[in-house]
Design a protein around this ligand. Structure first.
Ligand code: G7M
Length: 341
């Protein structure tokens, strides 16, 4: 990524208000400040040693309600390695072993390059706890009939909370993070860093395009009348990412999730080299393929059988299980990473 170091002006880390967090609640009102020193950990919901992420359930001192703290070790930033270096005179190197030409150590680089991306969800609902817990996963093939009979009624019944989406679209939150804002009500969209991206580390670039039009839940709702919207997101999204991050479209992965976790149409833009969560074949649908399929057949996504993954603790699992399409299995203890204190 050293070829793009001239873009550093847009990649400076945000100013350090690290543990005090200003937040807005679902009604747009201001809610109290959170201090990480007041967080009392109670349970580790998930500990992924590959992605170096952990989700801790707990509470804040003197506050009611469950809190989730998600920690993720940040990726190395090549600009930093190139320009300022990771090490300072105080860097301590502790030896594990030294054998011939091989040395194994642990070191503690300077704190500015040793940061941990932190997400706090407070107050967290039961759905959040389920979402961030380690659990068994299954795959189902959703025919159009199953979509109409089981999935759609489930989506309508669950009333997934879209407040964070509306906050962004209505200009209430994350406005300083917006990369592109097309205000057309019908074919407009907002492009901004995904919650999972720090907005800085290019190696893990992850943006989200959220459509302005309401009522489009997922891929399943798309037909030829949406092609101008999809093409606009594709073209303007690529252009903005090239301008701001100097990444050509040939290095972008642009895709939908099916099922998504939020039923308001959105599209993911990630750096091709970054193995973001949810890029696997059972979940990701490239925007280019979606456009192509719809161009060939306007109602492709109303006719196609679409596979999707389903986790045992998700409510939709019960729907498919009760109707005999899937069977619960006992968690495979050998693989589970759930650790209760
Ligand atoms: O799986 P699905 O396609 O529904 O993905 C939704 C995406 O929205 C995920 O990649 C989340 O990280 C992202 N996301 C979720 N929330 C609650 C927020 C948020 O408040 N702000 C931003 N920028 N992204 C979010």
């Amino acid at each position: 990524m050293s070829d793009v170091s001239h873009q550093n002006d847009v990649l400076e880390p945000p100013s350090c208000k690290k543990t005090k967090i200003d937040r807005q609640n679902e009604n747009g009102g201001s809610v109290d400040h959170l201090e990480l020193k007041d967080f009392i950990a109670e349970k580790i919901l998930k500990n992924n040693t590959n992605s170096k992420t952990v989700c801790i359930q707990g509470k804040f001192r003197d506050k009611s309600g469950v809190a989730l703290v998600l920690l993720e070790k940040n990726a190395f930033r090549e600009e930093e390695l190139n320009e300022t270096g990771y090490f300072c005179p105080d860097t301590v190197l502790q030896t594990y072993f030294q054998n011939d030409i091989y040395g194994n150590y642990v070191c503690f680089p300077k704190s500015s390059v040793n940061s941990v991306k932190t997400t706090i969800i407070y107050p967290a609902t039961e759905k959040h706890i389920v979402k961030f817990s380690q659990q068994e996963v299954h795959i189902v093939l959703e025919t159009p009939e199953l979509y109409n009979k089981l999935t759609l009624p489930h989506i309508e019944k669950e009333h997934f909370n879209l407040q964070w989406v509306y906050n962004i679209l209505e200009g209430k939150t994350e406005q300083d993070r917006i990369v592109h804002n097309n205000k057309c009500e019908k074919e407009g969209f907002v492009l901004l860093p995904d919650l999972k991206w720090d907005g800085i580390t290019k190696e893990t670039l992850y943006l989200l395009a959220i459509v302005r039009q309401r009522g489009l839940k997922s891929l399943r709702d798309l037909n030829a009348s949406h092609l101008p919207l999809l093409k606009r997101i594709r073209d303007e999204g690529k252009k903005k990412i090239l301008e701001k991050y100097n990444l050509p479209d040939s290095q972008l992965r642009i895709y939908f999730h099916y099922q998504p976790s939020f039923y308001h149409l959105h599209i993911h833009f990630t750096y091709l080299r970054h193995e973001a969560p949810g890029i696997y074949v059972e979940k990701a649908h490239l925007l280019s393929t979606v456009i192509n399929n719809i161009e060939m057949m306007s109602d492709y996504y109303q006719k196609a059988s679409l596979p999707f993954t389903i986790r045992q603790m998700d409510n939709i699992f019960n729907v498919y299980e009760t109707n005999g399409y899937i069977q619960k299995v006992e968690p495979n203890i050998g693989n589970t990473e759930l650790i209760d204190k």
